[in-house]
Design a protein. Structure first.
Lengths: 170, 390
């Protein structure tokens, strides 16, 4: 089901843990399945000196968390801000299609952690958003099921491929 | 290395005697049982033997009440759609429960789009349908009640006998999806009061791709497959005789060994449940303490996710099944677990451990030791565990 790189990061996750005196913390949750990912940052000279994660989720979610910490470690904040979930999936040499959206939260958690660091520095307090599935993902002109990423008709209320009801998201 | 199979709900091994019977059947290369010459009659005799064995397994009044099918899914589709089509002049209302298998749910979804109405009953906190709810839901329009015998995710057994009394009194056709019960538990269609009962041969160590539908004599039902007059005009198409011979052999052995198997499975289940707390804390058992299958335990382990557990146990050569949303095609939490009142997070940590007659108590101990390590590893990574232990 998963490729070798994903299984390696799942079996031997890098940078697991908590940074007690973190400079920034980012937490994302998927309200549909209950998965959760937390990233802790230690910043020095606008660079990610240390990064750790904790994840409650499937094999892919754990591998994604491990990979984002490995990519981000040592990067400048400017570089890290450019990292996307796509970069993580590419570094993992691909994820199963149906896992692309639900478990690929690593970059989102990282960006929230960077924002948290910058907010703290600027003295801003803002509640962290809980991630919510959008009802459609548009790649170009087409619509895709948010649960399995299979192409769907624009006005459909039901995904034929994974049998998910899409009504509540409309 | 040998894999310990604690995922018998997904597949059970063929018994050696069943394998032997099927290989012999292939080598004999039987003719078509519908043919009237000698070769055909030889084949028909084999078919009749298998039908009699299946009829004994269910305590049918006559072997004619058994229709062989391609498995549990076809049986369920046949029962529901066949009754709906044959009885729609009498009414278009069907009653079911919230915890049925997808074969039932999606058959009914299909009927809804054809103008039928469906009442789906909630279960109580222990996962059982209340017979009184069935009685209250029946209207003049009701033509069918379909409630499963045992649930494939939790192993919880439904009060079929009590529902059967109600449907008989109200003259409504009653189907039970008993795919996970037939061949595991003693089943008696007379005592259960069902008109239709679906079963699958693999549940009792027969081949996959073969199952059956019990159809009480006099039940109004159309075939799902139209064509020839095979299976007493209820299921067209030349029979899968090799598979059916295997199913018949498996049924015969299930009757013969039932008590011995039950004792073995109950001992394994008891060991798992009593030993579990010695290895792992903070979990929920979703299986009914009294009304449940002897070969299945559903456990939700807190703060961790089931697919991760399954993958790590796989590395330790132990096969289990999970009901985590992450491991399903739809990536949604199981409707059965949510019906029990489980939170999404708790449902995520659900393992289904299902044993067979090939398991030993040592398998259970090996599993628990491996599981303890896996749970510790995953809880160390889990932010939920971190929060809960603060």
């Amino acid at each position: 089901m998963y490729n070798k790189t994903v299984m390696d990061h799942f079996r031997n996750p890098r940078n697991v843990g908590v940074i007690e005196d973190a400079d920034g913390v980012g937490e994302v949750g998927n309200p549909l399945c209950g998965d959760m990912m937390t990233i802790y940052l230690k910043i020095k000279d606008e660079q990610i000196e240390d990064i750790k994660f904790q994840t409650f989720g499937c094999g892919s979610a754990i591998a994604v968390s491990s990979m984002i910490t490995e990519i981000a470690k040592g990067k400048s904040l400017a570089e890290a801000k450019k990292l996307t979930n796509k970069d993580v999936a590419a570094a993992l040499e691909g994820l199963p299609k149906n896992k692309l959206h639900c478990s690929n939260l690593g970059a989102d958690a990282l960006q929230l952690a960077i924002q948290d660091y910058e907010d703290r520095k600027a003295g801003v307090k803002r509640p962290q958003p809980i991630r919510k599935e959008k009802h459609e993902h548009s790649h170009g002109q087409k619509c895709y099921c948010p649960y399995c990423d299979i192409e769907i008709l624009p006005d459909t209320t039901f995904c034929d491929a994974c049998q998910s009801s899409l009504e509540e998201e409309h | 290395m040998k894999v310990i199979n604690l995922d018998h709900i997904s597949a059970k091994p063929l018994l050696p005697e069943v394998k032997k019977a099927m290989i012999e059947a292939i080598e004999r290369d039987y003719h078509n049982p519908s043919s009237q010459h000698k070769s055909g009659e030889e084949a028909a005799a084999q078919l009749q033997n298998a039908r009699e064995a299946a009829a004994r397994l269910l305590n049918c009044k006559t072997p004619k009440e058994i229709v062989f099918t391609s498995g549990g899914t076809e049986s369920v589709n046949h029962a529901i759609k066949g009754v709906a089509m044959a009885n729609e002049d009498r009414g278009k209302h069907i009653i079911t429960s919230n915890i049925e298998h997808n074969a039932v749910i999606r058959s009914l979804r299909r009927l809804k789009s054809a103008g039928f109405t469906v009442t789906s009953l909630a279960v109580d906190s222990e996962g059982r349908v209340k017979p009184k709810d069935v009685a209250n839901a029946i209207t003049k329009e009701t033509i069918l009640v379909s409630v499963m015998h045992s649930n494939n995710e939790t192993g919880t057994i439904q009060p079929i006998e009590e529902i059967g009394k109600i449907t008989r009194e109200k003259r409504v056709i009653f189907h039970s999806d008993a795919v996970d019960s037939v061949g595991v538990l003693p089943m008696d269609v007379q005592a259960l009061g069902v008109d239709l009962l679906s079963f699958a041969a693999n549940t009792f160590y027969g081949p996959t791709g073969v199952g059956g539908l019990y159809v009480r004599r006099g039940t109004r039902i159309f075939p799902l497959l139209d064509g020839g007059v095979q299976e007493n005009n209820k299921r067209a198409g030349a029979e899968n005789l090799v598979g059916i011979i295997g199913a018949g052999k498996a049924a015969e052995l299930a009757v013969r060994d039932m008590d011995q198997r039950l004792a073995h499975l109950r001992a394994l289940k008891n060991r798992l449940i009593t030993e579990f707390p010695k290895y792992i804390d903070e979990y929920i058992i979703n299986t009914h303490p009294e009304y449940s299958l002897p070969n299945l335990v559903s456990i939700s382990i807190k703060y961790i996710e089931g697919e991760s557990v399954m993958l790590m146990l796989d590395d330790a050569n132990i096969a289990v099944s999970t009901r985590s949303a992450c491991a399903t095609g739809s990536l949604r939490a199981s409707h059965v677990l949510l019906s029990l009142g489980l939170s999404h997070a708790d449902a995520q940590g659900t393992l289904v451990i299902s044993f067979g007659i090939d398991n030993t108590e040592a398998d259970i101990d090996t599993f628990l030791k491996a599981l303890k390590e896996v749970v510790t590893t995953l809880r160390d990574i889990s932010p939920l565990y971190q929060k809960a232990s603060k």
